[in-house]
Design a binder for this molecule. Sequence first.
Ligand SMILES: [Zn+2]
Length: 300
Amino acid sequence: MLIEVYDVGGTLIRGAVGYLREKVTFLEKVQEPTEKDFCAQIRRLSPNLRKAHKPDLVSIIVPGPVKEGVLLKAPPLGITSPININYELSSFDKKVYVGNDLNAAVQAELSEGIGKYVENFYLLTISTGIGAGIVLNGIPVSGTSGEFGHNVIERYWGLHIECGCGNSGCWGAMCSGKGIEMLARKYLHKRFSPKEVFGLGEIGNRDAKDLISKVRDYNAQGIGMMVNAFEVDKIAVMGSIGLKQFDKIIPSKEEISRYTVNKIPDIIPTSLGDDIGLIGAYYYGMLHTSDVLREELAKK
Ligand SMILES: [Zn+2]
């Protein structure tokens, strides 16, 4: 089954065409900054992926809750009202399926990542937001569980940052990419991107180093809360900040031990790297292959 997949992220949109044989293999790939009208962007990118390939279906994953092809909201994309993606892409000749990015990434990790070795794990994403997928006894926990990013970790007035959920001091508000930008305004008194903050830390800027150690300690508390909730075998980390700055922002077991009574598992960057979303989108598409085959048969 050839599937055209898209991973719509807060910063980048990735697209690919691939098939599954033991593991997902991509034949074509595209990547560029996400535009405000990402549906128009997908319509524009699609012909490049289809030049030499005819996909059987299209699978798109997005950073927000989805109901029957409608993205209800997506704070990382600045989207606050629903977008009917199925309607926007109704000109496609193949069926389009839309799913949530974290659920899809959990499926990828389960099929091709640490899920091959352990039955209980977290997939922690640190990107434009913070959240975690939970797998217990080899089965993903569904629904709205894993909103660890909205645990309040900073309660002091003046130190906390407002969160999109309406609260203040949430882990995601403090330590996501956006959070690090806001912390830079607070402590470095200037607008800096997360990349610039980490770059300043590397060349020894003291304020930047202090900021990064604050983030690391908040992360120790956040991960400690996760370990208190479920004693898992491993934690895999994904997301642009989580992967690129892993060594700087992921605390040691000793640092986390201040915040949990449970045994702290090994924490590793996902072995699937930046492709985790595309691989997840493929597995999400796979769930619908029987619908597509049924329709093809009905046409004959
Ligand atoms: Zn929040």
